[in-house]
Design a protein around this ligand. Sequence first.
Ligand code: NAP
Length: 296
Amino acid sequence: MPNERVGFVGLGIMGEPMAGNLLKAGFSLTVWNRTPSKADALVAEGAALASNPAAVAAASDIVISCVSDSPDVEAVALGTDGILEGARAGTIYIDCSTISPAVARTIAERFRAKGVGMLDAPISGGDIGAKAGTLAIMVGGDVADFERCTPVLEAMGKTIVHVGPSGSGQVVKLCNQIAGGLNLMAMAEAITLCRSAGVDAARMLEVVSSGAAGSWMLTNLGPRAVNRDYAPGFMVDLMQKDLRLVLEAAEELQTPLPGSALVQQVFRVLQARGRGGDGTQAIVDALSLLGPGNQS
Ligand code: NAP
């Protein structure tokens, strides 16, 4: 039985299965979610329910959050009844959300001032990886804190890499989103051409996925796109949040990233149609909406 007591704040598409894997690994777990009903299944499996993030921190040695955007992490970490209020010197705080690297560094400084280590540990692998416990986790922060947290991270992920000091995990996650976004665009264009030419897109995926053009997107989201199954593993609105962070970083660093800008504009077609809650595989529909005959 692992001896660190773990807390989890934010039980969404990613957080809920990640917390479930911590329970399965034998960690004693305390949870909180803004919408309380999302904690029900974990509580039934043995997690304790806390009344706010501060209470999660007070009951834990290592506290994890997985919420949406930078202001949301600031709210659960630094706000009233937030994690910082309940944390003690020696507690470690791990944020698995994808947020601005600059905000991650500022939050880490606030925690450090109280003797609390913070790791930015954004994740990749989608809802599938979260359920299977096979996430890739890119970690920024002190090496000693990283080493202490490794057993906890290993319960949720498979490829866990310390990439540098605070904020570096978020920079690497933005690199991940550039590659993921452009792979999605490639997937959408391949399916679109197939459909226009009257060739079976499912057959196309079968062969192309296993050749040199294969990608996680093609293998995992290609079939959902071909079947017009747009239930979210990763929502368009969250992808746009990440592409916004990518383009803000590019602006700050005066680095040209034309592909990311293009993909962001294509996803905007879906948001403009009120489809920000769709999964990112719906990008194939954005191309249909732009295409001849407005087919979607
Ligand atoms: P989600 O299903 O929308 O869950 C978001 C979670 O954050 C919910 O528990 C939500 O609470 C909570 N939350 C949001 N704002 C909050 C606030 N201000 N105060 C308190 N709680 C708040 O999103 P997700 O897909 O799990 O994504 C979570 C993070 O992981 C995001 O940063 C995302 O970019 C990243 N990520 C997602 C994926 C993916 O494939 N889904 C992959 C890699 C990384 P409620 O339940 O009350 O709404």
